[in-house]
Design a protein around this ligand. Structure first.
Ligand code: 13P
Length: 247
């Protein structure tokens, strides 16, 4: 049995003070199912988030990390610092980072390996563009991205990896993949993992992301392959995030 995960990607929203206010509201949510809940504020807001979440059922995640331990990498943050702030998960390879910040399959792989070596759990994002979907190559694209990200990950380490399938055309647009399509694509990702890791593929959690919200969460979560959600806009609104958490 895979434990469901509902993770909020706050993107570039919420200052440290606003983070404290939002987390104070989110901590009041009664988590009525067994979902693991994660929130991923901006890097500069993590310092404020750590103490608020200590002892709560909400785990802390980051949105990016560098693949080197330390050194001359101006503007970056390393794994050791995130861990010191109480971070347990880190989103890697989000399509916005691939599109605007030069993230590649290779850097996602290096970051995945560094996180696993140092004890942070990666949430690796994969997803096809609208043009790729229209060409009918969704499965090829997401399976290649998945295998590239996992290159060199051991069977033991695989259990700590979470994959998030986020069709780029569904992010922030209000257009979700149908529950059936999302389920089928996630099934294809799991089969690609199975080719390399065998039965271990049944243990890895694969989330859906892309305009997932309080209205569509329960239908998406009822699909057998969908193990959770990576939520953008709806994770910033407590009433909506609560409904997603208790889908
Ligand atoms: P939205 O839920 O706002 O579409 O964002 C999805 C996303 O990119 C989560 O990482």
């Amino acid at each position: 049995m895979r434990r469901p995960m509902i993770a909020g990607n706050w993107k570039m929203n919420k200052t440290p003070a606003e983070t404290v206010a939002l987390l104070t509201e989110l901590k009041k949510i009664q988590i009525r199912n067994k979902a693991e809940v994660v929130v991923c504020p901006m890097t500069v807001s993590l310092f404020a988030a750590g103490p608020i979440l200590k002892g709560s059922d909400i785990r802390l995640g980051a949105q990016n990390v560098h693949f080197e331990d330390k050194g001359a990498f101006t503007g970056e943050a390393n794994v050791a610092s995130l861990k010191e702030l109480g971070v347990q998960y880190v989103i890697l390879g989000h399509s916005e980072r691939r599109q605007y910040f030069g993230e590649t399959d290779e850097t996602v792989n290096k970051k995945t390996l560094k996180c696993l070596e140092k004890g942070l759990k990666p949430i690796v994002c994969v997803g096809e563009s609208l043009a790729e979907k229209q060409k009918g190559i969704t499965n090829e694209v997401v399976c290649l991205q998945t295998k590239a990200a996992l290159c060199g990950v051991s069977r033991m380490q695989l259990e700590d990896v979470v994959i998030a399938y986020e069709p780029i055309w569904a992010i922030g647009t209000g257009m979700t993949a149908t529950a059936q399509d999302a389920n089928a694509t996630i099934g294809a990702i799991r089969r690609a993992i199975r080719e390399v890791y065998g039965d271990m593929a049944e243990k890895i959690r694969i989330l859906y992301g892309g305009s997932m919200n309080d209205k569509n969460a329960s239908e998406l979560m009822s699909q057998p392959e969908i193990d959770g959600g990576l939520i953008g806009g709806a994770s910033l609104i407590p009433e909506k995030f609560e409904k997603v958490i208790n889908y």
